[in-house]
Design a protein around this ligand. Structure first.
Ligand code: PHE
Length: 338
């Protein structure tokens, strides 16, 4: 009898594999599940089995019965819900679209900055992130022991040459430009820069800058002011207010820093502007004569101005993001808003 049970199990298993419609499922039910079906037939014969074999054979038979009934119920449900599904298809629904990537907010800001400067007649110049001390510091009038070197904590590269570093500003590109081309020069220099600084809501060890350099005959501080204010009004809106404060950079003299009225409080004073009503956006000044000398540009004929600012800061001011780290976490929920 055990043999018969196992033959019936194989038969049932094979049939189950071929059931593909409610019609063939009904055939299966009539053959095995109903009162006159194969399973009941075997169960009835259990009466004649010797008493000592009954527990084993009974158990096998019961397992097969439960298996066949469960499979029948499962397939029945499958076919019925399939039927419902076909009835529910809404052919007017939109297809599923793949997610579209977009340009990172920092790069969107950069594109806009560059397009404003292009309109003002600036070209774009770039150079490598890896620099040497000469282009990043020395030629820019930082003496070897000049305390201004401490203004920008530097990542030095371990190499046979001890003067390699990750540039701390894109001012190094100014030097490369002046070395390779005679004035007039009117360029902006975007790029990634590095400073060994503690990461916080306001600063990162790696960020982006755009610097500008304009050298020609009769270039004045008034022209520098005009360029920066024209640019800033394009970026931040014509109602924004600006102020120039005296400052210090080794490579410019005189030097200034530019502040914009705080976008959040409109100048009244708040947490973002540290209750001053102003936010610093840019460093600038007239190119220092020593820098011209280092690049063999005649100070009797030419004068020039330079400026530089951080792209992340501009992005934060324009988007209202108040923690710079959010720009680098690549959280799609943040990025897809821009
Ligand atoms: N290089 C300066 C900085 O990184 C900015 C600057 C550029 C200042 C040009 C003056 C002129 O902070």
């Amino acid at each position: 009898m055990l043999n018969e049970i196992s033959t019936l199990r194989s038969q049932i298993e094979n049939e189950l594999l071929t059931i593909s419609s409610s019609e063939s499922l009904e055939q299966f039910r009539l053959a095995h599940i109903v009162k006159k079906g194969t399973l009941t037939g075997l169960i009835e014969r259990l009466r004649d089995v010797p008493k000592e074999d009954k527990p084993v054979i009974g158990k096998e038979l019961n397992l097969l019965r439960v298996f066949a009934e469960n499979e029948f119920a499962r397939l029945k449900e499958q076919f019925e819900s399939g039927k419902n599904q076909t009835q529910k298809i809404d052919v007017t629904l939109d297809g599923r679209r793949g997610k579209k990537g977009s340009i990172h907010p920092i790069m969107q800001t950069l594109d806009e900055i560059l397009s404003v400067f292009r309109k003002m007649g600036f070209s774009v110049a770039e150079s490598a992130d890896l620099e040497d001390d000469y282009h990043n510091f020395e030629a820019l009038n930082f003496a070897p022991d000049h305390p201004a070197r401490d203004m920008q904590d530097t990542f030095f590269i371990k190499d046979e040459r001890s003067d390699l570093l990750l540039r701390t500003h894109t001012s190094s590109v100014q030097i490369r430009l002046m070395q390779s081309q005679q004035p007039p020069i009117r360029s902006v220099m975007p790029g990634r820069v590095y400073r060994n600084e503690a990461v916080s809501a306001r600063s990162l060890a790696e960020f982006h800058q755009v610097e500008g350099l304009c050298i020609d005959k009769n270039v004045t501080f008034a022209e520098l002011k005009g360029t920066i204010i024209t640019f800033a009004k394009e970026m931040y809106g014509s109602s924004s207010e600006f102020r120039f404060r005296p400052s210090y950079f080794p490579f410019t003299e005189p030097s200034a820093e530019v502040d914009i009225s705080c976008y959040l409080c409109g100048g009244k004073g708040c947490r973002i502007c540290k209750y001053s009503g102003w936010l610093e956006i840019c460093g600038c000044g007239m190119v220092h004569p020593n820098v011209f000398k280092n690049c063999k540009i005649d100070t009797e004929i030419y004068s020039g101005y330079a400026f530089g600012f951080g792209i992340e800061r501009v992005t934060m001011l324009r988007t209202g993001i108040d923690d710079i780290r959010l720009l680098y976490e690549n959280d799609v929920r943040i990025l897809e808003q821009f």
